[in-house]
Ligand binder design. Sequence first.
Ligand code: NAD
Length: 503
Amino acid sequence: MRDIAHFVNGQALAGSSGRFGDVFNPNTGEVQARVPFATDAELDAAVQVAAKAQIGWAATNPQRRARVMFEFKRLIERDMNSLAEILSSEHGKVIADSKGDIQRGLEVIEFACGIPHILKGEYTEGAGPGIDVYSMRQPLGVCAGITPFNFPAMIPMWMFGISIAVGNSFILKPSEKDPTAPVKLAELMMEAGAQVGQDLAGVLNVVHGDKSAVDAILTHPLIRAVSFVGSSDIAHYVYQTGTAHGKRVQAMGGAKNHGIVLPDADMDQVVKDLSGAAFGSAGERCMALPVVVPVGKTTADELRERMVAEIASLKVGVSTDLDAHYGPVVSSQHRAKIADYIRIGQEEGAELVVDGRDFSLQGFEKGFFIGPSLFDGVKKGMKTYQEEIFGPVLQIVRAESFEEAVALPSEHQYGNGVAIFTRNGRAAREFAASVNVGMVGINVPIPVPVAYHTFGGWKRSAFGDTNQHGVEGVKFYTKVKTVTARWPEGEVGDSSFVIPTMK
Ligand code: NAD
């Protein structure tokens, strides 16, 4: 059995706690490795290393730090295929989705290459007589990131990419379900440093663990800021505990994104988009579209009929199958949870139009596969509508009017993403302006903002005020210092040197 190691001070470090988590291959259902769960002492040792490394790293000029990011980008592109294979083998998503996962993280690294431009600060000449004011953004010190299983490359890069580029050191606590890709990224970061002539040991550390490691991060006095992405109850806990211990915290949570379909929408596009957004990556995306809201009976009936046909054409396969639409879900517990939600949906009175529970892949009967499911007649009060399923299940909620449709995502407890499909610019504009959700797509099913904008939901999809990446990310990982300087007039010392009087 392969034992995964922590990665501290540029080196692999075997865990000493004796506590491990199993890392599965979701295609076969077999355990392929063990990941160690850190003790408080191990976490503390990593933080001490990071605190020491941060002093030299913060003193390294921004352009040199950016050069490490340029090199890191090159190395990831070099290793894209092997990284994607590792990622797929632990997560279960198909290779194309794993490459997408890495690529979206890479785009944040590209943004981080230009961070010196944002760190320049502000300057006011002559704010008073002989007085100039300038402000600068300085790094915080040691920062930490706690990440979910569903984007094991992109989300760590959202966090450490920005944090390290601005001069912090970083402790990453990745998901215990697919921890190998994050360790590979940390190794590549060390290699990138070496190529640029910069020893990065201690600047990026990976410490594995469960709740105990998370608690050690949230209470450690030297950790200044914590970025979390995961489910909402834990996000809320992380936000409350971290802030109570004086840390800056951004904690992204779960989601239940709606797609509103107006009668004038391009239905070919809607069906294609829903197919990818509801079932791609087995629905294990926080920006998936698991709820579709057709407006009017004609639109709803047509959509239902076409989605049934579309679902019949989807191929579920192993993650290495290049023709597969999606692969297995991450764990047998998660598959059981999805199946349970489908059962509850039926009991609540929704119509189960397509049932994916009995799906089994020949030769991979022990893999964590589940087929696509479709519900119609889902209503607002249902538990299966209110809660996040995080699986390949699409729910149709019929609405009679535009107003009724818009109210659904606006009133939902989650507010991560939402999309509207229409040819009517005025309706789309009204929708984007008024909907109570953080990220909006107009004829775009998964409106994940590009890296130089920012990512963040509203309501129970995010706790804390600052979004991930973009300028907001830079603000999260830096603090502002403002200097007000007055320069006295007149001469001091050698009177032969005359200082001109300021006008
Ligand atoms: P999760 O909440 O189970 O785990 C996230 C992290 O928290 C992991 O590192 C895990 O080890 C740690 N953790 C687990 N239990 C804990 C506990 N009791 N106390 C403290 N820490 C704990 O989430 P997941 O299943 O890995 O990921 C899926 C969830 O993440 C979904 O809800 C999804 O919507 C959400 N997500 C949100 C976003 C976003 O940006 N809003 C992005 C991706 C995923």
